[in-house]
Ligand binder design. Structure first.
Ligand code: HEM
Length: 454
């Protein structure tokens, strides 16, 4: 790409106010990450933010995010954040770049096809019924935790469906919550801090080692058993072959893919479900419509995959929840000089963008901070002139979430199953606050469960 006389590099981009020596904007990000990310759009499409002494470009317009994720995707790799995740999640799909990513994506894509999701949907429905059965009238639950357990259970049972996998299911249940609690802090802090002998580091390292060890053993046992004729993700990964090269995945690659799917699929799903029940409790008229829809479409039988397209109200609610409480920040790094908004950035420039901030941009969404599922009615969408680039909860282009249909199915089934049986009422004395992690999740959402029909 010719650089010519165009403005070049970071120095051509305005720096967000409030940076301090050595820490840069780290304190602002740490104190109020979501507020800070939203405030950045005031400075135009591109703004410089310093994470400690590391400068990065934050992109705040949907148009430029599309450039990075889709149009110029080939000129970017995942960047610093993912370098830090690599020792934990290995070289799984979310972390790999270039040819390795293309090959692995080709191999994994069929495991998330419509036909496969239909098979997993039985497990999702069974787990959702088990969740609803586990509550008693008047019980107070920690919603975030209950939804995390459901999401983890569903991932674990989709991955390991037979007795061989039971130790892995146990290890996931035990270790994943510990890892998720500290994952983002780990990835965002300097490497030197990993070795500090503090409990958070010790717990994290022990959980990571245990999970890795148990999954390794299960993979070896499953490979030795030679039975790859099953429908769980473990067998599909063991049997996968690249259509172009004919290569399979090594045991380490299988483990890294399983680990990555666990990291990518648990917290995101749990937070989406927890916010859904929170928003429904705050908007009883919307909840009433959903309950009527579920009664009409499903009645009292278990929810099935065929019901999903007919549960249109749930779809709109999920669209709205995920718009309001989505992925906080994604990162990329240029692998060659790249031009954005007329400025040329050299190889190695770190670039970040917030789907959360784009989805709350008042120039795109009327009353951007309010919960209004009807904005997703086709007529209103058309009136608002919303384009595909303006709503990207699962990203876009070659790195788009591979689990989008999975989570949509899983969440719809869980919402329909729980709402048919229970009304979730906020416990008094606590207003949930947003906390930035991979997604904007709530600090805690205590709820009391009341039977819908007595
Ligand atoms: C509400 C739930 C979810 C949300 C909001 C979400 C969002 C995202 C986003 C925005 C990306 C793109 C990241 C980037 O461009 O850097 C992504 C990637 C990914 N997601 Fe999800 N996700 C969710 C659930 C899941 C589930 C349930 C799974 C697995 C079962 C999953 C597996 C993945 C994987 C493997 C990638 C990496 C894809 C690649 O780079 O080729 N996600 N997700």
């Amino acid at each position: 790409m010719s650089v010519g006389l165009q403005p070049v590099g970071l120095q051509s981009v305005p720096r967000a106010p409030g940076a301090v020596p050595l820490l840069g904007h780290a304190l602002k990000l740490w104190r109020d990450p979501l507020g800070f990310l939203k405030s950045l759009r005031e400075h135009g499409g591109l703004v410089r933010v310093d994470l400690g002494t590391m400068p990065m470009i934050v992109i705040t317009s949907a148009e430029l995010v599309h450039e990075v994720m889709v149009k110029q995707a080939r000129s970017f790799e995942k960047g610093r954040f993912f370098d830090r995740l690599r020792p934990l999640a290995g070289n799984g799909l979310a972390n790999s770049d270039g040819e390795v990513h293309r090959k692995h994506r080709r191999m994994l894509q069929p495991m998330f096809s419509k036909e496969r999701i239909a098979i997993y949907s039985d497990t999702m429905s069974r787990n959702a019924r088990a969740l609803a059965d586990s509550w008693t009238p008047g019980q107070e639950i920690e919603l975030e935790q209950a939804m995390a357990e459901y999401a983890i259970e569903t991932l674990a049972s989709t991955m390991f469906s037979t007795d061989i996998g039971l130790p892995a299911v146990e290890a996931v249940r035990k270790n994943l919550p510990v890892l998720l609690k500290n994952l983002l802090i780990r990835a965002a802090s300097p490497k030197a801090l990993d070795r500090l002998p503090i409990p958070a580091n010790r717990d994290f390292d022990a959980a990571a080692a245990n999970l890795r060890e148990v999954i390794n053993e299960v993979i070896v046992t499953a490979r030795r058993s030679g039975d790859t004729n099953r429908n769980d993700l473990l067998s599909l990964l063991l049997a996968a072959q690249d259509t172009e090269s004919g290569d399979g995945l090594s045991d380490t690659e299988v483990r890294d893919q399983l680990g990555t799917i666990l990291f990518a699929g648990a917290e995101t799903t749990a937070a989406t479900l927890a916010w859904t029940f929170h928003e429904l409790a705050a908007h009883p008229e919307v909840e009433k419509q959903l309950v009527a829809e579920i009664e009409e479409v499903v009645g009292d039988r278990p929810v099935t995959i065929e019901d999903i397209p007919r549960l249109e109200g749930i779809r709109r609610v999920l669209d709205e929840v995920i718009r309001l409480h989505g992925v906080t920040m994604l990162m990329r790094r240029t692998t060659e000089p790249v031009e954005l908004a007329g400025i040329t950035f050299p190889t190695g420039t770190e670039v970040a963008f917030s789907l959360y901030a784009i989805h709350r941009d008042p120039t795109l969404y009327a009353n951007a901070d309010s919960f209004d599922p009807d904005r997703w009615l086709p007529k209103r969408q058309e009136e608002a002139g919303l384009g595909r680039k303006d709503y990207i909860p699962f990203g876009a282009g070659n790195r788009k979430c591979i689990g989008d249909l999975f989570v949509w199915t899983e969440a719809t089934i869980a919402i329909a199953t729980v709402l048919a049986r229970w009304q979730l009422v906020p416990a008094p004395g606590h207003t949930p606050k947003e906390v930035a992690s991979a997604v904007a999740h709530a600090d805690r959402i205590p709820m009391t469960v009341r039977p819908r029909h007595t």
